[in-house]
Design a protein around this ligand. Structure first.
Ligand code: SF4
Length: 474
């Protein structure tokens, strides 16, 4: 990363502290620019003639080490690349790996429609949100331009998912592109033989283009040729070879390219990378492999490897849940921001149909993983209850007790902030077993009766049998 301190950004800002960016000072704005929480456009004075040079310099300084490329349009558009670091813990990764699943132009219309349906409708609930996949790759198997164009047309009528158009035949690509050029698809792929035609198409239609070559010198030359011709929205595919030495060398190429782009500042190769784990379905002779189970297994292994290092987009074939779930979950986990725990809003939730006099009030933290575990345990066991979520800055129970974010005062603040007393009349709360040592002080500070619940929310049903309703309840 080029910037180590907000001061390096601040010296390019107007320095008037005018507040038009919503921050009190230019330095505060500089801090947010560094974190990519604000954009240059948020500082209007920077675009006045007086500051034009500074603005230009700042734009260059803030450009990510790896170019960011957008595919698709509107709400479904996805950004890939745009990374600044080799390792997530150095800052964060910004644009998650785009998972793209294939269809092909020799499918009959019913199979095509059904496969598109399965790809676009798939979702998995995970830590408070639904995970989806990102795009559809349309492969030309027929190598016939009209057949490909008809297939692209049918797909675009069915879904607004971003598209990757795949063929090494420029005529085929152009016919398909005519159907969807307004949707900013990624075209795949220019190589050492067809690059002139692809360059021409990419310029005329202004779409991002993938460059393919396992030879890194050739890949670099292709990238320089395209960028010097004004086509800079590039994606690099250094080849994905699924077995043995080929896989080992594939891995090495991905690491070398990313290292050259980020650590060595080689702008000529600092573009998003594409991996194609789908190659696990092709045997050594280029035909479709016979053993589907083995192919899907290896496709999953290869996908996981290149999600971690350093694919920004990948083309896959298997759409069975046993592959979609681990692949998409790995992407979700790798691309969370390590600087911020994943959290939920604090407050008072109702689980089922609780009643003010009889239903227990459980307490948890706003660390998302803890919250959704407790909520799910209560819901799945049909325990009508209240769940009070304390703001612990997204930290889990044990660490928040140790760090002081969860204490008698934070219980009291949450009770008051969300007017819990008006909804829960028995004034009894059940705190997590891992916060047991806070029980006495919490009773003193809040005036509520405190029960210590189990350490594991999965044991709440058993705990309820012997503890709720309270023995002295009428
Ligand atoms: S709008 Fe620009 S000049 Fe004004 S305070 Fe923000 S950063 Fe500074």
């Amino acid at each position: 990363m080029k910037i180590s301190s907000p001061m390096e950004i601040w010296k390019y800002l107007p320095g008037t502290n005018c507040g038009k960016c919503g921050e009190k000072t230019c330095l505060a704005f500089a801090s947010l620019l560094k974190e990519r929480k604000k954009k240059l456009e948020d500082c209007p004075p920077l675009f006045e003639p007086e500051y034009a040079d500074k603005g230009k310099n700042l734009a260059e300084l803030l450009a990510p080490e790896v170019r960011e490329v957008e595919i698709g349009v509107g709400a479904r558009a996805m950004k890939i690349g745009g990374e600044d670091v080799m390792y997530r813990h150095e800052l964060t990764f910004f644009n998650r790996t785009a998972l793209t699943y294939d269809v092909w132009d020799t499918m009959n219309s019913e199979d095509l429609r059904e496969r598109i349906e399965r790809i676009t409708k798939w979702q998995k609930f995970y830590v408070g949100t639904f995970l989806n996949v990102d795009a559809i790759a349309v492969r030309s198997v027929s190598d016939d331009a009209r057949t490909f164009a008809e297939c692209v047309k049918a797909i675009s009528a069915q879904t607004d998912f971003p598209l990757v158009l795949c063929s090494f035949n420029a005529n085929v690509i152009e016919e398909g592109l005519k159907e969807v050029s307004d949707r900013n698809p990624l075209i795949y792929a220019a190589n050492e033989n067809n690059w002139k035609d692809f360059l021409d198409i990419a310029k005329r239609y202004e779409v991002p283009v993938t460059l393919f070559s396992p030879d890194l010198d050739m890949l670099n030359r292709l990238a320089l040729t395209f960028s010097s011709a004004g086509v800079e929205d590039l994606v690099l595919d250094p080849g994905t070879y699924p077995t043995g030495k080929g896989l080992e060398e594939t891995f090495s190429r991905f690491v070398r390219i990313r290292r050259a782009g980020i650590e060595e500042g080689n702008k000529g190769i600092a573009y998003p990378l594409m991996s194609v784990p789908l190659t696990a379905w092709i045997d050594g002779d280029g035909d479709k492999a016979e053993d589907a189970l083995s192919s899907s297994y290896w496709e999953g292994i290869i996908a996981d490897l290149f999600i971690i290092k350093y694919a920004d987009i990948m083309i896959l074939h298997s759409i069975e849940p046993h592959l979609l779930i681990p692949e998409r979950t790995l992407v979700a986990n790798l691309y969370t921001d390590p600087r911020r725990p994943v959290s939920v809003e604090p407050g008072l939730r109702e689980i089922g149909n609780p009643t003010a006099d009889e239903s227990p009030l459980f307490v948890t933290t706003n660390f998302a993983l803890t919250y959704y575990t407790v909520e799910s345990d209560l819901n799945s066991n049909k325990i009508d209850s209240y769940l009070m979520v304390v703001d612990t800055e997204g930290i889990g129970v044990e660490s928040a007790v140790a760090g002081g974010q969860l204490n008698a005062e934070s219980f009291k603040d949450t009770l008051e902030s969300f007017d819990v007393e008006s909804k829960v009349k028995h004034k009894t709360m059940v705190i997590p077993g891992l916060a047991a040592r806070l029980s006495g002080e919490t009773e003193d500070v809040t005036g509520w009766t405190v029960f210590v619940g189990p350490r594991d929310s999965g044991r709440i049903p058993g705990w309820m049998e012997s503890n709720w309703p309270p023995k002295n309840a009428h």
